[in-house]
Design a protein around this ligand. Sequence first.
Ligand SMILES: NC(=O)C1=CN([C@@H]2O[C@H](COP(=O)(O)OP(=O)(O)OC[C@H]3O[C@@H](n4cnc5c(N)ncnc54)[C@H](O)[C@@H]3O)[C@@H](O)[C@H]2O)C=CC1
Ligand SMILES: NCC(=O)COP(=O)(O)O
Length: 316
Amino acid sequence: MTPLALTMGDPAGIGGEITLKAWRALRHSGPAFVAIDDQARLRAIDATVPLRPVASAAEASAVFAEALPVLAETGGAVASIERAAALALAGEVGGVVTSPINKSVLYAAGFAYPGHTEFLAALTGGAMPVMMLACPALRVVPVTIHLSLRDALAALTTGLIVDTARITHAALRRDFGIAAPRLALAGVNPHAGEGGALGAEDEAIVAPAVAALRAEGIDATGPWPPDTMFTADARARYDVALGMYHDQVLIPLKTLDMHNGVNVTLGLPIVRTSPDHGTAYDIAGRGIADPSSLIAAIRMAATLAAARARGQHPAP
Ligand SMILES: NC(=O)C1=CN([C@@H]2O[C@H](COP(=O)(O)OP(=O)(O)OC[C@H]3O[C@@H](n4cnc5c(N)ncnc54)[C@H](O)[C@@H]3O)[C@@H](O)[C@H]2O)C=CC1
Ligand SMILES: NCC(=O)COP(=O)(O)O
């Protein structure tokens, strides 16, 4: 069984702690993963977790029940991501699960990408990536991602919405086995613009995207008033909600199910998931971090990797 690669994330955050907790939770059931990490720092977090240095990812599955396999990486968070992506491209791991990075810290150090999503896209061939967050009750895609609200509105175009929706639609079919995905597109403004009285974007930008997608045979609807499209009744009518800016869709998802949310990158040639949360500096080092979201991310990556390996849902 091909293991997954788990990156180290920000060493000052909760990534190491939840890595060790995830190994304790999964060691007997799997899925197996190899930590691309610094063994000394993991031991300092919890010396009671047995670690096993491995020279290659191929050794990881056989030892996973006994110890957490570690592929030594002392070059830091970015080097860990680069190594994991290279292993996934080479087929040595089934997919990449990333521990959280602190974006402002990396930006200050000159990191040129908004986040993992865009960095992994660049590392794996440059395809347009789409961020999706999923929990059992909801899947959401932010059309614009890590931009200020002002910049997000300026960046929002019908073309961007259509491209994002096409990638989402293809990935839900290929990777998630949904034969005819139903996409619900959020409006931008209160009440989806109230016929233009509360902003022009819904009629000028979002509605033409819905029309273009429907003309291609994609089951897209909207623009929906954002304040009512996340009720339980509304959620039953779609498979994924596309929001026009980050917080429009991440707030409902994290409010519904912060600890089971998974961030999955669509449109890449490799499988990539991560927990939905960040570095949680406020609780780092206290031993109280909840590993559930990371465990859900590991399980989802394994499911997607197995489907791709069977050729059931071929990679985009
Ligand atoms: N995939 C990634 O690399 C992500 C990175 N981030 C980064 O994380 C940094 C901090 O972001 P915040 O907005 O503060 O969000 P955060 O998710 O790190 O923390 C928000 C709140 O949730 C709590 N929390 C988060 N994860 C938890 C867990 N596993 N168990 C228990 N409590 C938990 C924290 O203690 C905090 O009170 C930012 O730099 C952001 O860019 C945020 C989201 C995803
Ligand atoms: N808010 C989601 C987030 O910050 C994750 O970004 P990425 O690092 O997965 O691109």
